[in-house]
Design a protein. Structure first.
Length: 155
């Protein structure tokens, strides 16, 4: 299976690239959007590359890389009463929500801001640069991934 590439958004108040560097790996739980869930459940595979994107940050942008280290599996937080991602309508016998595990790749010296992504030739079609693009898990092309990594390493 061909390696794929993704951009995954997280607010710094929840988890950062520095947290991932410290932890080495983490589960990417709590996604409650069906399209993003489908990407995690059906399309993400071990070894896929990830651009780690800090959203609602100053500035928002790509802060480093990671890789998928465990493919999609049921998000158990949906069954945990009292958990902020609890889904009272669903149970273990019929999982609706899925998550993946990611492992640390590299931390950039500085964030590659969204404005830089928007202004960089070759990234015009990247979903995150499009007006109204709010999906927390987005596919990116290999060339987009490589270009963002080059931008990040130059910081």
């Amino acid at each position: 299976m061909a390696k794929r590439y993704w951009l995954m958004k997280c607010e710094p108040s929840a988890y950062t690239i520095e947290d991932l560097e410290r932890d080495g790996r983490t589960s990417w739980e709590g996604v409650r959007n069906y399209q993003a869930r489908n990407f995690m459940r059906d399309d993400m595979h071990v070894g896929d590359g990830v651009l780690f994107y800090a959203s609602n940050a100053d500035p928002s942008g790509v802060t480093g890389t990671a890789q998928i280290v465990r493919a999609g599996y049921p998000d158990h937080t949906a069954w945990s009463k009292g958990h902020k991602y609890f889904d009272h309508a669903k149970g273990e016998d019929s999982p609706v929500w899925y998550m993946v595990d990611i492992g640390f790749g590299q931390r950039f010296g500085a964030t590659v801001p969204l404005e830089t992504l928007k202004a960089t030739p070759g990234l015009e079609a990247m979903a995150v640069t499009q007006k109204g693009s709010r999906l927390s898990v987005q596919p990116v092309t290999k060339s987009e991934f490589q270009l963002v990594v080059r931008l990040g390493r130059s910081r």
